[in-house]
Design a protein around this ligand. Structure first.
Ligand code: 8YV
Length: 314
């Protein structure tokens, strides 16, 4: 009889996924910061690798696993996978699109409201007893009627737009190219786009094409009443420029679920009341993390059974 195929869990795995992998496969585990030059032989036998989006699969791990056939990502984003290297080596890559769209869009909308309506800052004010002592909270901006710009009108960007349709004054978007059949106004120039937005919701995929797309010039164009929400990747924003713009009041606030060097958050942001910070929670509901795990498992099962992959990237 055939043994269970050897699969490597690279970095931290969610407990349900870890348990299911252990049931179906011969599961090996490797820390994300392990020394790749001295891998145990059983790890080197791995035919598939499973990892979180934040760990991914750089070229070095592919080269360290001579029998690797497949990388099954526990994320929709594959910016931490060297996709060209995988393609060149004939290694297949899958991700987890769609199942996390709604929850990630929900968090984006939550961050928008929390930021614009000072929800986190006012929560701190209540807890500190300032309200009880008679302090008057500052008046906030408003979401209703605002011009909401979606940067990256993909699956998640569209889900954010649909949620905000009933309240937005207008929804506009910027992509590299105009999207077909989108009911929102396209603005081709990035700076022009930012100038016309009260809020920018960053929902583009990460990776080199989008690196530092939101730079100082774009933040300047968003302006002193503008708000930035990012649930995509920290790499899409020039984080130093963002911190400076927030510190100088050149934009009004930011709601951030993602950062350039997670889990590191720039120290300056921690003291800012007009910033709402989340530890990369877009997909982090019990429901969606299980759905993501099930999709990872279904892709692995399909691969080892010789059936078509459900959600291939490569
Ligand atoms: C996960 C994500 O939190 O899907 C993505 O691209 O960023 C999130 O779903 C990620 O896999 C954790 O590293």
């Amino acid at each position: 009889p055939h043994g269970k195929p050897p699969v490597l869990g690279y970095g931290h795995l969610n407990p349900y996924l870890d348990g299911e992998l252990g049931r179906r496969f011969t599961l090996h585990r490797l820390a994300a910061d392990a020394d790749l030059s001295a891998l145990p032989d059983e790890v080197r036998q791995s035919r598939a690798l499973v990892s979180f989006g934040s760990v991914g699969a750089p070229a070095a791990i592919m080269d360290a696993l001579p029998r690797l056939e497949m990388i099954a990502l526990f994320s929709v984003g594959y910016d931490k996978v060297d996709v060209d290297h995988a393609r060149a080596k004939g290694i297949r890559v899958t991700n987890t699109p769609d199942v996390l769209t709604d929850d990630t869009a929900d968090l984006a909308v939550g961050l928008l409201y929390a930021t614009v309506r000072n929800i986190a800052a006012n929560d701190r004010l209540v807890r500190a007893g300032a309200w009880a002592r008679g302090e008057m909270p500052a008046l906030s901006g408003r979401v209703t009627g605002s011009r909401i710009g979606i940067l990256g009108l993909g699956r998640i960007g569209r889900a954010i737009a649909r949620r905000l349709e009933p309240v937005a004054g207008e929804i506009l978007y910027h992509n590299r190219r105009e999207a077909t059949g989108a009911p929102y106004r396209y603005v081709a120039d990035r700076i022009d786009f930012a100038r016309q937005c009260d809020v920018i919701m960053v929902a583009t995929s990460g990776g080199p094409e989008a690196a530092q797309l939101v730079d100082g010039a774009m933040l300047e164009a968003l302006g002193p009443d503008g708000v930035l929400v990012n649930i995509s990747r920290g790499s899409v924003v020039d984080e130093a420029a963002l911190v400076a713009a927030l510190a100088d009041g050149r934009i009004a606030g930011a709601g951030l679920d993602v950062f350039a060097q997670e889990p590191h958050v720039p120290q300056a942001l921690l003291a800012m009341d007009h910033v709402v910070l989340q530890p990369h929670q877009g997909s982090a509901t019990r429901h969606t993390r299980k759905a993501m795990a099930d999709l990872v498992l279904a892709n692995l099962d399909a691969h080892f059974a010789g059936r078509p992959l459900l959600t291939p990237v490569v």
